[in-house]
Design a protein around this ligand. Structure first.
Ligand code: PLP
Length: 361
């Protein structure tokens, strides 16, 4: 494995200042004292791996990422566990997804052990930045950008930069597990077959802000994306996958068709739920069925899931000419139970039957 050069910061954040920040961490606003960088070039492969002080990059205005958006990212968390240890949740799954994104974006893969080592080094160095308390964590953001200078578009970049930054995080939605309202986006499309819907690339987000703004203008919290061809089949939310809970203890989630992001939280719930006596189905849900199953009382809960917000109940749905409530609009028992199980594993107060918890220090 590549050797990392360790360059600790000469003036890290003062203890008192850091502790004040950790008392009330927002999401993605403050960053720790260090970062990881590794460079790649066509000639050398991966080189110059470092843990170094957090700070800005200097990039030429003609750097290709600024023009053609050849970049993607990952997101995972380090948790301070009940016994004081710090653990990262399923970093091997993020390493694998990182490389599947790299392939789709014509970018170099990073060996999985180097990806995990990078996280371990950063979390260990900045361990005092991992906040205490349930709901709090250190959010880790690995990403890769194309750094070749020049405006040619006939080939992918010949140089890349891999970086990991870290940010102490409180609960993602300030309202906690209060149900969110969702907007069915029938005007815009997030992903089409053959596109980049299954890749965690910034371009997907860039193209989604418009619809998110529309959702807010319509009095909703989040967008639900539908399939590009018929605008009828539910895919996911902007940064979270969706689950439908049926009265007979069946959980349905849209199958991975290539146009939605293969969430690691989604995968964890699909594996966890059967052990709790819940049947899981990866299938298709249309908006008409969603509405009629709610009206018939068969579909009792809907929730969204992702690393940042864990599990968030969906209380009501709105579209251009339709609106309905899910159950009584409050958080349902299956949603809350799954949330409790998953966070229990992450914070180390539940057994870890799938060996998902990767102790770092
Ligand atoms: C990151 C992301 C998710 C959730 O993935 P997790 O691995 O569970 O965090 C879902 N949808 C989109 C579009 C995402 O970017």
């Amino acid at each position: 494995m590549i050797e990392f050069e360790i360059r600790p910061s000469a003036n890290p954040t003062l203890d008192a200042e850091r502790e004040a920040i950790l008392k009330n961490p927002a999401f993605g606003q403050v960053f720790t004292d260090h970062m990881i960088t590794i460079r790649w070039s066509q000639d050398k492969g991966w080189y110059d791996a470092r843990l170094e002080p957090y700070g800005p990059f200097t990039l030429d205005p003609a750097t290709s990422v600024f023009h053609y958006a050849q970049e993607f990212f990952e997101g995972l968390k380090a948790y301070r566990q009940d016994n004081g240890a710090i653990a990262v949740f399923r970093p091997d799954a993020n390493a694998a997804r990182f490389n599947s994104s790299a392939r789709r974006m014509a970018m170099p893969e990073l060996p999985e052990d180097t990806f995990i080592r990078a996280l371990e080094l950063l979390v260990t160095q900045d361990r005092d930045w991992v906040p205490q308390g349930e709901g709090n964590s250190l959010y880790l953001r690995p990403f890769m950008i194309a750094t070749q200078r020049g405006l040619g578009v006939n080939h992918p970049s010949t140089e890349y930069l891999f970086c990991v930054i870290a940010s102490p995080a409180g609960p993602y939605f300030a309202s906690g597990v209060k149900p969110v309202t969702v907007w069915l986006s029938q005007e815009y499309t997030r992903a089409a077959p053959g596109g980049t819907g299954a890749v965690k690339c910034g371009g997907n987000y860039a193209a989604a802000f418009n619809a998110q703004q529309q959702a807010v203008d319509e009095g909703c919290d989040q967008v639900v994306w539908l399939d590009a061809a018929e605008h009828r089949w539910v895919e996911e939310m902007g940064g979270m996958n969706l689950f439908f809970v049926y009265r007979d203890d069946t959980l349905v989630t849209p199958a991975l068709t290539g146009t939605l992001l293969p969430g690691i939280t989604r995968d964890s719930l699909l594996r966890l739920a059967p052990d709790l006596g819940i049947t899981v189905v990866e299938g298709r849900v249309s908006i008409d069925q969603w509405q009629s199953d709610c009206a018939a009382g068969k579909l009792t809960e809907v929730f969204a899931c992702g690393t940042a917000a864990v599990i968030t109940p969906v209380g009501s749905v709105k579209g251009a000419d339709t609106a309905w409530e899910i159950g009584d609009g409050t958080s349902g028992p299956v949603t809350l139970r799954l949330r409790e199980e998953l966070t229990g594993i992450q914070y180390g107060h539940r057994p870890d039957p799938f060996a998902w918890v990767h102790k770092v220090c």
